[in-house]
Design a protein around this ligand. Sequence first.
Ligand SMILES: Nc1ncnc2c1ncn2[C@@H]1O[C@H](COP(=O)(O)OP(=O)(O)OP(=O)(O)O)[C@@H](O)[C@H]1O
Length: 299
Amino acid sequence: MNVIEINQLTKYYGKHRGIENVSFSVEEGEIFGFIGPNGAGKSTTIRALLSLIHPTSGSATIFGKDCIKYGSEIRRDIGYLPSEVFYYEHMKVKEVLNYSASFYDNVDTSRIASLAEVMNLDLNKRIDDLSYGNKKKVGIIQGLLHEPRLIILDEPTGGLDPLMQQTFFELIRAENKKGATVLFSSHILSEVQKLCGRVAIIKDGTIVRVENIRDMQKHNYKKFTLDYKGVMDVQHFNLEGVTNLTVNENSLHFLFKGDINRMVERLQGQYLLNLLVEEPSLEEIFMHYYQKEEKEAQP
Ligand SMILES: Nc1ncnc2c1ncn2[C@@H]1O[C@H](COP(=O)(O)OP(=O)(O)OP(=O)(O)O)[C@@H](O)[C@H]1O
C-alpha cells in the first residue's frame, strides 16, 4: 500500500514557481528520501501534503485519503518536524511538550521523558535558554510523541552535532521498525544515503528522478582515479559511458557507467602509479544528474 501518493502536484506562489508536476509515491514501511538543493521545492511539497498550503493544481493522498479534504483527520497520524521550529519563548520544554500531547487522544506521556532522555534534552529548561540544536530536539520529540504512522521530517538534522545526529537516526530507524513510514527531506545526501531505501531527487521544482539508493550507487557508476607519472592522453579515456572527466596534478578522475571490460581494455598498456575504483558518493552521482540535465537543456 502507498502511504503517500503525489500526482502532478503544482504550486505557484503568485507568479513564482514553487513546484511543478511533482509525482511520486511512498510505500508503507519505507524510509523515503527527498533530496534537492535549497529552494528546489521540498518544503513546498511537504506543506502541500500537510494541507498547510493549497496546491495550484494536482493532487495528493495520504493513507489513501485526499490531503486537502481530509487534512485535519490525516494530520493526527502524522508526526511532522518543520525545517524551522518556533515556540513560546517563556515556556518550559515540558510545558510545550505536554501541551502538544494534549492535542492527541491516548498519548503515553511517559514517552516524553524517555525521548528526552535519549535525545539528552533537559525538560525543565525554558525555551529561550535553548540553543538552536536543542530547540530542534524539542521539535523531534513533538513529532514523535504520539507514535505517528507517518513521520515527515523537513531538514531535521540542522543544529544537531554528529553524535546526536547518530542518536536521531537510530530513533527514526526504531520508529520505522515499529511500523512507521518516513519521508525524510534533506539537502545533505550523505545522511539520506545512511537512512533511506529510495529517494526522489528534486531540482528547480520538478522531480529529476526516483531511484533505489542501492541501484543508484551499485549498478550505475564507478568512480575511477588514475595516478600517473609524466604525460597521459586524457582523451584515451573519453569513451562512451565516461563523465565528469577531470585532471588534477597527475591524477585523472572520472565516473564510468557501462561494461567494465571496455574500461579494462583501455587501461592496458598505460603506465600507472595507482588505480582506484570506488562506489561514488551520492553527492557525486547527484552532481552528475544535475550536470546531465543542464547539458540536455542547452540548445
Ligand atoms: N511563501 C512563499 N512565497 C513565495 N515564494 C516561495 C514561498 N515559499 C517558497 N517559495 C519559493 O518556492 C521555491 C521552492 O521553495 P521551498 O522552500 O519549497 O524549497 P526547499 O527545497 O524546501 O528549500 P529550502 O531547504 O531552502 O527551504 C523557491 O523558489 C522559493 O523561493
